[in-house]
Write a protein that binds this ligand. Structure first.
Ligand SMILES: [Zn+2]
Length: 458
């Protein structure tokens, strides 16, 4: 009996030592990821190329096809085991010439405003539209006005709620106006729609974003106004409710176009058929360089593969970067990827998305079962030295979201959200608005997570 106790004790002690040893080894590896990421210029240079050479790469555009080619060539230059594309079809919407938005008031004069057409909107007819404006803050107010908005432009002016600390919730408090406003206004006979940009910043950049029509209601030309212009229009309306707004937008839509996801892989040494996938979306609204949304996500996840290659860390499972297309319009890339995983019965250990801007990472949002969730909690202390503390249950992202139905554990990189919506979907989302260190802390964090999933599974 005594002998058995001694054997058990020795076994327990050696297990503890092994754990301590592997923990130490993990922290050493993590340090290497962060050191390499923070001392290399490569990812930042890649982001610059993407932003400056492929601005306006909305799905279906020439620029998006050029960007796809660039991403494919970049991956091919990295000495990966596999690089390939997945074909898909996307909407082919174009903004056309820059929009015009002018307030005409017989009492106050006229004022040019900063507007941009909402994504997917029809354009005004050649001469534009000129009509009185009715300001509302929600769909109930609109319903109460009913036919009084007939022949007029409905102006949705509810600001994003600044009391939310996590700004994605502030965005969620106002984005319904942009997404559903055009259909709601059409129900009562309006002829156009203006929406206050869904952002917390006060500036003159209009923020676009997707909107939807409904086949049962007329399609209204719809534009976003910058927050400063929205405030001005609201103030002018108080002094002159009969003022008129002139809007000219030049959007058009062709038949759907061929496009692609781009995929690159390092083959796993022990389980090549088991995959850890990570990615961001390559498309960006046509009015932006798409740095934070989502050039960052693409560059960071490509950087993960470079970090593994440079540090000569050979993964047991296949590491796959997925450069998604068409997140902004209809997530065709996301659906294509999910259906391909299903059709090929590809086993995924996990999927990770980066699409919340290149800001200081706080941690990961986890969408997975209880067992996987508990496993991830054990890794938390490894990330604390790098400022990541948040490993909570929550949603992931729309590009990997469809994989949820296959039971794949999903992760989203969570960043400091305070400035994200200052830039999102606006011309201010430039390469210059990105801090290299913040971006690279994100790259290393994703690499570290991938390393741990590869080593311990989920
Ligand atoms: Zn995005």
């Amino acid at each position: 009996m005594k002998t058995i106790k001694v054997i058990l004790l020795v076994y327990a002690v050696s297990l503890c030592m092994m754990n301590a040893h592997s923990q130490e080894a993990d922290s050493t590896v993590l340090k290497k990821f962060y050191t390499e990421a923070l001392t290399s210029k490569i990812a930042h240079d890649n982001l610059k190329q993407l932003c400056k050479n492929y601005k306006g790469r909305i799905g279906g555009s020439e620029k998006s096809l050029e960007a796809i080619k660039w991403a494919e060539e970049l991956l091919k230059s990295m000495g990966l085991d596999t690089v390939y594309k997945q074909e898909l079809f996307v909407r082919n919407w174009h903004r056309g010439e820059k929009e015009t938005g002018i307030i005409y008031s017989s009492k106050l004069g006229e004022m040019h405003t900063h507007i941009c057409a909402l994504g997917g909107s029809i354009g005004t007819i050649d001469k534009g539209i000129k009509a009185e404006v009715v300001e509302v803050h929600n769909f109930d107010e609109l319903k109460e006005l009913g036919d009084k908005v007939k022949g007029k432009i409905v102006f949705f002016n509810r600001a994003a709620d600044p009391t939310f600390i996590y700004t994605f919730q502030a965005y969620g408090s106002a984005a319904d106006q942009r997404f559903h406003g055009p259909v709601e206004a059409a129900k009562y006979g309006a002829i156009g729609v203006l929406v206050r940009s869904v952002t917390l910043i006060t500036d003159t950049f209009p923020h676009t974003g997707i909107m939807r029509y409904d086949k049962d209601f007329e399609k209204l030309p719809s534009s976003a106004l910058s927050t400063i212009d929205a405030d001005s229009l609201s103030n002018w309306l108080k002094k002159d409710p009969a003022l008129q707004f002139y809007m000219k937008t030049n959007c058009y839509e062709y038949a759907e176009a061929k496009s692609y996801n781009v995929i690159g892989e390092i083959r796993g040494s022990e389980f090549p058929k088991e995959i850890i996938a990570f990615g961001g979306h390559l498309d960006a609204w046509d009015n932006t360089e798409g740095a934070h949304d989502d050039g960052i996500g693409v560059i960071q996840t490509i950087e993960v593969l470079r970090l593994f290659k440079t540090l000569k860390i050979k993964p047991k499972h296949t590491l796959r970067v997925v450069v998604f297309m068409d997140e902004e319009m209809a997530q065709r890339g996301a659906h294509k990827y999910e259906s391909s995983v299903k059709a090929k019965s590809e086993k995924h250990l996990a999927a990770i998305e980066s699409d919340r801007g290149g800001f200081t990472p706080f941690g990961f949002s986890l969408d997975m079962n209880e067992d996987a969730f508990k496993k991830v909690q054990k890794w938390k202390t490894l990330f604390l030295p790098y400022g990541l503390f948040l490993f909570e249950k929550g949603g992931s992202g729309v590009d990997i979201g469809p994989l949820k139905k296959q039971g794949i554990p999903l992760f989203a990189l969570i960043t400091d959200s305070q400035r994200y919506f200052d830039y999102q979907h606006a011309a201010s989302d430039t390469f210059e608005s990105v801090n290299k260190r913040e971006m690279q802390l994100g790259s290393a964090s994703i690499a570290a997570l991938v390393y741990l999933i590869d080593k311990y599974g989920l």
